[in-house]
Design a protein around this ligand. Structure first.
Ligand SMILES: Cc1cc2nc3c(=O)[nH]c(=O)nc-3n(C[C@H](O)[C@H](O)[C@H](O)COP(=O)(O)OP(=O)(O)OC[C@H]3O[C@@H](n4cnc5c(N)ncnc54)[C@H](O)[C@@H]3O)c2cc1C
Ligand SMILES: NC(=O)C1=CN([C@@H]2O[C@H](COP(=O)(O)OP(=O)(O)OC[C@H]3O[C@@H](n4cnc5c(N)ncnc54)[C@H](OP(=O)(O)O)[C@@H]3O)[C@@H](O)[C@H]2O)C=CC1
Length: 496
């Protein structure tokens, strides 16, 4: 292998082998930034396959651990002035030659590294391609393409039920949308059925049926939880077990918004008008694309947007058979961001964490491919690399103790904390506390064995700090849970 890829030391860059960071996304740039302030003498080289890089700026804490920041796009060249000590190279890493601690750039020349950090992100995992009128969204170019296509479209089919679909469905105006999801509620990657109902009732014109009392929702259960409405009206319900949302009925809420949701199905086949074989009799040639769903319906449309998740970019690194790849396609990393290859690290969407500790036990962090995690992982990878070079002990960063995500869906602020999905918990020991103010807020707190393990906070709830403290300190809430969401009691003040 070494013969096939002769190694040329890039003496122009350094007489020592640099630390090479591959990828100009948030993970790569934050890794380079983090390395630039560590106590290390080695040069730092950022290799990016794109001339435009992304950097997190104006980083601010919404509460102890909930982060928010803006994303700045800048030219690769300007990074050298923005980040001290970092050199840049516009090129694509085409081979990893781990036995020589080297990477090949553009199949042309190779550079040895002291340490390598792979931050190559992910690519949309699409159900088709442009030849079948299927489009995906990942970067600025793809957004522009989809926007342009949408402008000329009368009807679009959106498939997928995660972040992109949620944002797109909300934003599209003037084009009819048929949203195809394989679940029985929208936004299942981030939202439970109650939150989905909250979002839909915001968007649709139709009132939800006979479920609201004085502006708040009361859910029947069997354990005696409280559901509160803003303004202090409260009623005692009973247990909000994990299946409480099964009672909700959200069909057709979007009638009148030019959005139709096809639940519990997938796309089976896409047929273009040029094809002579029509799927069924009565094939309508007015529409260029005919989409056959697994529920046997046929949707006539102009285009399909596939918002169906991402696949980590691990090629060309995965050509090395010693690099362990997870079943989800990411490069497996340990607690100190190391891959299975010596001196090789990974961060951001490209990696898959293999850490012990889970939301079910005493750690409330889990991986999701998100901006915040790309930033935190890149930053921490820089610290890990420096500590290994200096032979120092490193404590895992605090940010990996609690999952936090701050975003906006359907125009509402959404904060997700800890095990907000109540994933993997024994149903018998789970309770939900709920506060629901129509159009205002939706709060769901997940208790497990009387302790808070997760929270969904939609709207301006002001509860993020209290919730994150209660999740982290695992206080027994048996005596407090009935009041924790009572808007008339200042629980934040109580815990101070
Ligand atoms: C449409 C959309 C909206 C999103 N919205 C949100 C949101 O609201 N909130 C949120 O938290 N997350 C959001 N995300 C997810 C978030 O964008 C990603 O999790 C994050 O940007 C990943 O950063 P990264 O640095 O790991 O990868 P990327 O940003 O994908 O960067 C990878 C970089 O590696 C480079 N590269 C790849 N291969 C090579 C190679 N072989 N050689 C050299 N360079 C290479 C690429 O050119 C690129 O510069 C969204 C994602 C999408 C697609
Ligand atoms: N505001 C935010 O936080 C945002 C975050 N993002 C992030 O960007 C990345 C890309 O977003 P997105 O593409 O929405 O990915 P997500 O991972 O968020 O969602 C993918 C969705 O597609 C579904 N899906 C996958 N394959 C198929 C298929 N063949 N047919 C039908 N449905 C399918 C999944 O269903 P199932 O769950 O059943 O597998 C899931 O609902 C993600 O990392 C996401 O977290 C994107 C936009 C906004």
């Amino acid at each position: 292998m070494a013969e096939a890829y002769p190694i040329i030391l890039q003496n122009k860059i350094t007489t020592h082998n640099p630390i090479i960071v591959v990828g100009g996304g948030i993970a790569g740039v934050s890794c380079a930034e983090s390395l630039s302030v560590q106590n290390i003498k080695l040069p730092i080289l950022l290799v990016s396959g794109s001339p435009v890089v992304k950097r997190a700026v104006n980083i601010r804490n919404e509460s102890g651990t909930v982060l928010n920041f803006d994303i700045e796009e800048l030219s690769l060249g300007s990074l050298t002035t923005e980040i001290n000590r970092v050199k840049v190279l516009y090129g694509i890493v085409t081979t990893l030659i781990a036995e020589h601690n080297a990477v090949t750039i553009n199949n042309n020349f190779s550079i040895r590294y002291s340490k390598l950090c792979i931050c190559t992100g992910a690519t949309p995992q699409l159900i088709g391609d442009e030849s079948t009128c299927v489009y995906g969204i990942r970067d600025t170019d793809s957004v522009e393409l989809v926007q342009a296509k949408l402008r000329d479209s009368r009807r679009v089919v959106i498939v997928g039920n995660g972040g992109i679909a949620l944002e797109l469905v909300y934003k599209i105006k003037g084009t009819e949308v048929v949203w195809v999801i394989r679940d029985n509620a929208i936004g299942s990657v981030f939202l439970d059925k109650g939150a989905a109902q909250f979002m839909l009732s915001e968007m649709g014109n139709k009132e939800t049926r006979n479920k609201d009392k004085k502006g708040f929702r009361y859910i029947q259960g069997s354990k005696g939880n409280l559901a509160y409405a803003p303004g202090g009206v409260h009623i005692r319900g009973s247990a909000l077990g994990p299946d409480w949302t099964d009672e909700l009925d959200i069909d057709d809420v979007l009638t009148g918004k030019n959005i139709r949701i096809e639940y519990n199905c997938e796309i089976k086949h896409i047929q273009l008008q040029e094809t002579n074989n029509s799927m069924v009799e009565g094939y309508n040639r007015e529409w260029p694309v005919h989409v056959l769903l697994t529920n046997s319906k046929i949707i006539e449309c102009d285009m399909v947007v596939s918002a169906t998740g991402v696949q980590p970019n691990v090629y060309p690194f995965s050509k090395d058979s010693h690099l362990k790849i997870s079943t989800d396609g990411g490069i497996i990393i340990d607690e100190e961001m190391r891959t299975s290859l010596p001196n090789v690290y990974a961060a951001g969407d490209a990696c898959t964490v293999n850490w012990t500790g889970s939301a079910i036990e005493d750690n409330f962090w889990f991986q999701m491919r998100l901006w915040t995690q790309a930033l935190q992982m890149g930053n921490y990878a820089g610290k890990c690399i420096a500590s290994h070079l200096n032979d120092e002990y490193i404590l895992q960063d605090f940010c990996f103790e609690l999952f936090t995500h701050s975003t906006k869906f359907f125009g509402h602020k959404v904060i997700l904390l800890g095990n907000f999905h109540a994933a993997g918990l024994d149903k018998i020991d789970v309770e939900f506390l709920l506060r629901y103010g129509k159009g205002d807020e939706y709060i769901k707190i997940v208790l497990f064995q009387e302790k808070m393990v997760g929270a969904v906070l939609i709207g301006e709830t002001g509860l993020e700090e209290m919730c994150e403290n209660l999740i982290l300190n695992q206080l027994n809430l048996t005596d407090l849970k009935d009041n924790i969401l009572n808007p008339d009691i200042d629980m934040e003040g109580y815990f101070d």
